[in-house]
Design a binder for this molecule. Structure first.
Ligand SMILES: C[S@@+](CC[C@H](N)C(=O)[O-])C[C@H]1O[C@@H](n2cnc3c(N)ncnc32)[C@H](O)[C@@H]1O
Length: 209
């Protein structure tokens, strides 16, 4: 069992601005997908090697994982992938990071830490304030994807996002994945584990209106 990182610790107040997109991506104008809590980045490595016409950015609070992932990019010369270290909730407070919203087409929250105890709910990555911020910053028609195997967390995330009138829930069955950041429906590591153990995956997609 890994030790969960407390995102409210003051170690995570500072976050590095990511370099300008033209320095990290070969085609900086391609659609950008942001994966929040990307862990070691396996999911994004797979996506980026298949979908060269998208750029992928992972945010992860465990610094070692980010360092290793960015080293792997350098060695193998991925041209549409980058990882950033820090608490995603503070990420956009960096004025230089706000500019990313011009490029972001979608954001995924895949199997976020559940923080089961009520007194720890404030450590969950999806917070009302964060959703408010995203609702005011994301471009119209950009998307949010949420996925978890924890029903209570799913209900909490759905409630928090649906409180914003600027996000509308899409019907999963009608969603055209072939036009999204994940046309082949690649699974994250947690998702593979959950499916192998025949647990249920709860998921929703929201569009910014
Ligand atoms: C349960 S793991 C899921 C990893 C991956 N998304 C998957 O589906 O396999 C949750 C990840 O989110 C990271 N995380 C938790 N809170 C975060 C935050 N506020 N900002 C960025 N990453 C966070 C954790 O360190 C962990 O790697």
């Amino acid at each position: 069992m890994r030790q969960h990182v407390n995102p409210l610790s003051k170690n995570f107040l500072e976050i590095d601005p990511i370099p300008p997109l033209y320095e990290i991506f070969e085609n900086p104008k391609s659609s950008l997908h942001l994966d929040v809590g990307c862990a070691s980045g396996d999911f994004l490595f797979e996506l980026s090697s298949i979908n060269k016409n998208w750029n992928y950015l992972g945010i992860e609070i465990r610094e070692k994982l980010v360092q290793t992932a960015n080293l792997k990019i350098k060695n193998r010369e991925y041209k549409n992938l980058y990882f950033s270290f820090g608490n995603a909730n503070n990420f956009f407070e960096q004025p230089k990071n706000k500019i990313l919203f011009d490029s972001i087409s979608s954001i995924s929250f895949n199997f976020p830490d559940p923080w089961f105890k009520k007194k720890h709910h404030k450590r969950r990555v999806i917070q009302r304030q964060f959703i408010n911020f995203l609702s005011n910053s994301m471009k119209k028609r950009s998307l949010i994807f949420i996925k978890t195997d924890v029903k209570e967390l799913f209900e909490y995330m759905e409630l928090t996002i649906s409180e914003s009138i600027k996000f509308k829930k899409l019907a999963n069955k009608d969603f055209q994945y072939n036009k999204s950041f994940n046309p082949n429906k690649i699974q994250t590591n947690r998702e593979k584990y959950v499916l192998l153990n025949q647990l249920k995956v709860y998921e929703s997609i929201y569009i910014k209106i």
